[in-house]
Write a protein that binds this ligand. Structure first.
Ligand code: GTP
Length: 386
């Protein structure tokens, strides 16, 4: 069920600006031209060299476990039902996700049948430049074979690159009852860790996520994977903490608009319903922009903003941070009375984010990590509550 239905809210839009897109080629709900991850999808033979310095995320797992579906749903806006007809992947499929400075990486979808001992499988290159390895396990199937495969994959990958982060997606949990989900996660966790311990690899840490393409869990899990690859994460979290504590905001997410993965949030726990609500708000804003927008170079600009008042005395507040990032906040209606303060604090927040970008660029140009560390601390006095 759509979360928006649950809340039965009265919709009050305040579009301070919606500079939209050309309507000719796009129907409502689609992403406008030039507002996607781009068609840079390459097929590659096993062992072909990547030759790109962007962080790499590998999608691995047995055949039909759901790897390609995850990639298509999260990064190409394919609807979950359409994945029923996806063909099996026979080669490594590389997908370049470069839509913002914070979210720049490649996803490599590896076929389920890969043989590590095949001489054409260049594991040094494939695991060597990899930031995170997502191993997908089909929770609706017998997972014993998948666990054996997971173990050999982790063993091999860790030997080549000890810095890889291993993320286990216990996938297709939409078919399981709540109790069964928890029990499956516990069992897989236990067995996978026991296997590693037996092999003397107890120091290798695995993270587990319950996922499905039929709800927001896959976006949430991907958000967490991507966040681990963002060196500026502590700075971003700190900025969000300062923003919410000075503005009477309950929860704030910094969203990558296209994928709807959140690249940072404040340090209060993430409630799935809040996350879904914020995702739905982004969809609504894009749809409205597509219908009523007047510009053809993107759905947003720096002045774009939207406010939705729910009949639960809650306000959703969305502001564009830049072309790719949006701040989405949830706050009580009473606190929204100080809109000027929130707007002012947001401007400071946005400026600080830009500084983080600039420092990152300077750092890349000067090839100095020190620059990032020394200049990355944002001046707290810019977020004021006076
Ligand atoms: N119920 C359910 N089915 C899913 C989910 N994710 C993927 N599937 C289905 O699983 C089947 C296999 O998905 P693929 O994405 O082709 O699997 P794959 O791992 O890429 O397969 P190979 O390319 O053969 O390695 C498809 O019919 C999908 O619709 C999910 O979250 N829930």
């Amino acid at each position: 069920m759509n979360v928006l239905d649950l809340y039965q809210f009265n919709l009050h839009f305040v579009f301070q600006s919606y500079t939209g897109v050309d309507q000719g080629d796009n129907f409502v709900g689609s992403f406008p031209k030039g507002f996607g991850y781009g068609p840079e999808e390459h097929d590659s033979d096993i062992g072909a060299s990547g030759g790109d310095e962007k962080p790499r995320i590998l999608l691995m797992g047995l055949r039909r476990s759901g790897k390609s579906s995850i990639q298509k749903v999260v990064f190409h806006k394919v609807s979950p039902n359409e994945t029923l007809f996806l063909e099996s992947t026979n080669k490594i499929v590389k997908d370049d996700v470069s839509n913002s400075s914070f979210v720049r990486f490649q996803i490599w979808d590896l076929p389920g049948h890969i043989d590590f001992f095949d001489p054409t499988f260049d594991s040094e290159n494939i695991f060597g430049g990899c930031g995170a390895l997502i191993f997908v396990i089909d929770a609706q199937d017998d997972y014993m074979e998948a666990l054996v495969r997971l173990h050999s994959t982790v063993e091999r990958a860790h030997k080549i690159n000890p810095n890889i982060k291993f993320e286990i997606f216990i996938h297709k949990v939409d078919g399981l009852l709540d109790d069964h989900k928890i029990e499956t996660q516990r069992d897989i966790h236990q067995r996978a860790c026991d296997d590693l311990e037996d092999a003397g690899l107890e120091k290798v840490s695995l993270s587990f996520h319950l996922t499905s393409i039929y709800d927001h869990s896959i976006f949430e899990a991907f958000s967490k994977v991507v966040q681990k690859l963002i060196p500026q994460l502590p700075i971003l979290e700190n900025l969000l903490n300062i923003l919410i504590s000075n503005s009477g905001i309950e929860k704030a997410f910094l969203f990558d608009v296209v994928s709807k993965i959140y690249i940072a949030t404040d340090s209060s726990p993430v409630d799935m319903q809040c996350y879904e609500l914020c995702c739905d708000m982004i969809d609504v804003v894009i749809d409205i922009s597509c219908i009523y927008g007047i510009r053809d170079d993107g759905a947003f600009d720096s002045q774009s903003a939207a406010i939705i008042k729910l009949n639960t005395n809650t306000v959703l507040y969305l502001r564009e941070v830049n072309k790719y990032l949006a701040l989405v906040c949830i706050l009580r209606e009473d606190n929204y009375e100080k809109q000027g303060l929130i707007d002012y604090n947001f401007q400071c927040f946005r400026k600080s984010i830009q500084e983080v970008f600039e420092v990152q660029q300077n750092s890349a140009a000067g090839n100095s990590n020190d620059v990032l560390m020394s200049n990355g601390i944002i001046d707290k006095s810019r977020l004021t509550n006076t």
